[in-house]
Design a protein around this ligand. Sequence first.
Ligand code: ZN
Length: 365
Amino acid sequence: MQNKFWALAMAGAIAAVSAAATPLPARADINVSGMGNYCSLTWPGGGWSFASMPDGGDPCGWLIAQSQPGYTIQRKGLYSPNGLNNVVVRCNATGSWVGIYRGIGNGPLTAAFNSANKEKQTSCIFTVAPAALPVFTSPFSLGAAYSHGTGFDFARGTIATLDVSQFGQPGSHAANTVDWKGRDRTGYINDHAGHDWGMPQGTPIRAVADGVVISARDWAMPKPCFANNPSKVQKEVSIRHVVRGSKGYYEQFVTYYAHLSSYQVAEGQKVVQGQLLGLSGMTGCASAPHLHFGTLRETNTANNRFETLHFYPWPQHSDGNSFVVDAWSFDAPKGFDPWAYRAYPAGALSITLWKNGQAPSVGTW
Ligand SMILES: [Zn+2]
């Protein structure tokens, strides 16, 4: 049985800090080792360059040292030198030439470079992401009673419907809800930008990784969502996580925990992985007790090196955010993460962010 329950975690999401092009101060960061670094530069007039260093060196510095002035660092981030990576290359002033590549180590990066170079494309921007960057632990005890409802929908915004045969799955040629396996999930909540797990009121909710609380608030909605829940105040917490590799290269994420019955952290507070944030509940836009868990990328999204988080006004939901991603990645039998390139200028590459054995069950989702 499809379980549509609980609806709509988030109407307004997430506070924010505008994207800064300066290095972030050290603060509750997560350090990872063994990652490669990549850099994508452009120049006015159509010039571009792209380099990667699997040993964690500084490809931006290397490119800049041998380049003309006037460049813009379009993307700069982490990839896996030995694991699976996804690459989107977008060229021309309008970004109309697009290449997508998936493979091990430098393979897809090199293929993307060679393809754009061979075809003499201009203004090329390369966005790279490892398929996995395992830094999260479960936001609740995996021994607790819980069950998954609706998950992350890859079919939203300008790609509101997708043909799931492109992902090697049976189902509709115009599915309005598509999960991380490329499956047709029509009937579940459409455009949902996170995962819902039903659980008893009062279940401890914990930080999935070290980070800084960027919002902990009673978010007041103008009216209740559900007749069975008159609450107009949603208790919710957002945490920023900076995942640092070497030479100043990093990726940045925000996790979002909604419908809490209470929270015990405050904006600006550093938290460590596993720290108690609050207790689950059904405040705000919920028809039954559950946790809505969302993940957002702030670095190296489809159209930006940095994104800026916004509050969204009622009744808009988080699907308006260009940078929401699935912490399970996109892993269909075939095809490529559609939200990462077809939704351009929205979208971002999803990444498996769970540590081994730490992903909560998504049931049949
Ligand atoms: Zn939800």
